[in-house]
Design a protein around this ligand. Structure first.
Ligand code: ATP
Length: 310
């Protein structure tokens, strides 16, 4: 087991940042830690890395208890922090070389690793640039190169795509898959559900310091009642029509305001057809119609009653 966490509790005075948090990670997984701002993702990572003291619980990395002096374990870990953490007076090459040098003392080996990291994040043309001259997306890529140059087995990435342009974001996500293909286990925190859906083999959803659901993207979506959501714009309905729509097969929730209708369906077939049949049978006119499958936001909403993102 690469990570095993039991009953982790972390308080900041009155705030419970982690409330009996648990997590188990096997080699080769890409785990998505998904939760709204303040749900405890960064605190969980910082506790795992022994950067933060915690009040209660056990943390094992690589089957050994984790503590601040666990040098052997730390050598096998790469960290890409949320805030870009590089030296502005060093060049791209020197930054990566510095971070790699914390773990790899052999100069020839390090040179090779630094070159590989530069290739990996496609910063070949910028190796002599200082960070101040790089765009936001390139800086993020440098941040990643600094975290992974020593070829760690376990990589923590804390919101690596915040504030990057779509092109850099795609290249970061592609890079994460490549690292995983090369054997790294990855813990990826985000509040962007689309990214987590795209790259994670398993997703752990957090709220208020607790794990509220976990599983693959498909398992999580299968676990909720909602299976299809139909939105209809520019529609005029009276109370009676609304209660009749509630009686259509598989409907379990109906919302209507400002001439917009949203109908939620549980498992079943022909939902759109049944709804449109009802509307045409009652000569009700309407504008655009959208049918959507559930998202991870729906999973979060059904469990907590609130949106994943504000
Ligand atoms: N140094 C600190 N002092 C006091 N409270 C803190 C501190 N760091 C975090 N918290 C609180 O702990 C809770 C968890 O915060 P944390 O940063 O771990 O969440 P997060 O899920 O990583 O959020 P974000 O997506 O915004 O980074 C929040 O209520 C936060 O306000």
């Amino acid at each position: 087991m690469i990570i095993k966490i039991n009953n982790l509790v972390k308080r900041y005075k009155d705030v419970i940042a982690l409330d009996h948090f648990h997590m188990e990670v096997e080699e080769g997984e890409i785990i998505g830690l998904l939760g709204p701002n303040g749900s405890g993702k960064t605190t969980a990572i910082n506790c795992m890395l022994s950067l933060l003291k915690y009040d209660k619980g056990e943390i094992q990395l690589f089957d050994k208890p984790m503590h601040p002096d666990a040098i052997e374990s730390k050598r096998m870990i790469g960290i890409v922090p949320q805030e870009v953490a590089v030296f502005y007076e060093l060049t791209v090459y020197e930054n990566i070389d510095y971070f790699c040098g914390l773990y790899v003392k052999d100069k020839a080996r390090r040179k090779q690793l630094v070159e590989e990291a530069i290739d990996f994040v496609s910063l070949q043309d910028f190796r002599k640039f200082r960070p101040g001259k790089l765009s936001g997306g390139l800086l993020r890529r440098l941040n990643i190169a600094c975290g992974i140059a020593h070829q760690p087995k376990l990589i923590f990435m804390d919101e690596p795509t915040v504030a990057v342009d779509p092109q850099s974001r795609n290249s970061i996500l592609k890079g994460i898959r490549k690292l995983n293909d090369a054997g790294a286990t990855i813990i990826y925190t985000s509040h962007y559900m689309e990214e987590v859906e795209e790259i994670c083999s398993r997703i752990i959803i957090m709220d208020k310091g607790r794990v509220i659901a976990e599983g693959s993207n498909e398992q999580l979506k299968a676990s909720i009642t909602l299976k299809e959501r139909i939105d209809i714009e520019q529609i005029e309905l009276n109370e009676q029509q609304l209660s009749e729509i509630k009686e259509i097969a598989n409907v379990f929730a109906v919302q209507y305001n400002a001439h917009n209708l949203q109908v939620k369906f549980m498992e079943g077939k022909h939902n759109l057809m049944n709804l449109l049949d009802y509307l045409s049978g009652h000569e009700i006119s309407f504008g655009k119609v959208y049918s959507q499958l559930p998202t991870l936001n729906d999973v979060f909403l059904e469990i907590t009653g609130k949106q994943l993102r504000d």
